[in-house]
Design a protein around this ligand. Sequence first.
Ligand code: TXA
Ligand code: MG
Length: 369
Amino acid sequence: MRTEIVSAVRAGQTSSGIQADDPSQTDRTAVVRAESSEGCAKAIKLLREGEVVALPTETVYGLAADALSVSAVAKIFEAKERPRFDPLIVHLPSRKALAEIAIVESPIASQLIEKFWPGPLTIIFRKCDVVPDIVTAGLETVAVRMSAHPVFREIVSALNRPLAAPSANRFGRVSPTTGQHVLDELDGRIPLIVDGGATEHGIESTIVRIVDDVIEVLRRGPISEGMLQPFGEVHERTSASVIKAPGQLPTHYAPNTRLALVDDLKNFSTPNGKRVGALFFRSPGGVGEPGPRSATVATGALREVKNFAAVRHLSESGNLREAAANLFRMLRELDVENLDLILAERVPGEGIGAAINDRLERASNRPAD
Ligand code: TXA
Ligand code: MG
């Protein structure tokens, strides 16, 4: 089954691969550019008809469907091959819409909403009956956020319905940060991808719940612990023993190639005869290094490049936000280099760096096969 990439100009035509009168036909995946209003209209139409559509958010691409329709949400699980016990995040058309699906019990939650929505923060609430069990995997709670991405907002506002949207990858794989990544993951399994270019943050939203006035972080993300601290005591609860949801399991977010995590890659020499790829945090000769040292470290960088079969730097200048935005793309790039091993370097643990290290840690926990 091959997929055609459709330009914005052709987006409205049936040659795009989607028959307008047969939305269930999913043997071809159309890709429409987000700037094309026809593309957004097509997404809205499909979502209204109970279909799934991949949409950009400010974190990663999501695979969206009407959160209140059991049959639409079931298609998300089918396309992703996601186990039914893994609950989904519901994305709101407006803050006001929260009251229709969840019960806000904590004033801290209200403050977090005020400060961070729309944005990359997911909050766990007690759910209302209207939210189907398939969305929450039978839990009494529901994970909710409001995306800040203009294309996502346009589409969810037009629908005026909450959208369930997990990351648009097959289960257990690295989240997609471009339309092409979604195509690589779900080609032929979904009718439409709205391509809005590379996502801003590059890693999934921070997930929190409020328990007894304590903010518990269930998944680290772009909203760091430091950003949450003004609103209350913050506890990291990211261990698998606490949450029985696969996003929090130690082996999630894995590339196919085995990955090992090290503190410092600079002095590492590759084993003979092995194709080893390197994922550095920053370029040793990059911007921000003091002048006199640059020449030496640049030579060191050359040597590193020679030793490794493939090399990526998450951020030349050592910027953690840029590193997060590049992380999943670079893991995908290294994953297709036919390597025996990817060696990745831990990044500084402050701010979003903790969330990056968390993803790398999980990627490194994949059992050898
Ligand atoms: O940035 C994001 O959050 C992206 C974009 C598309 O919004 N979505 C995303 O969804 O990462 P997903 O399904 O890949 O990850 C959602 C995580 C899962 O690990 C799931 O187990 C957890 O949220 N989750 C969902 N509902 C939950 C609940 N009621 N309690 C605890 N964890 C929950
Ligand atoms: Mg995911």
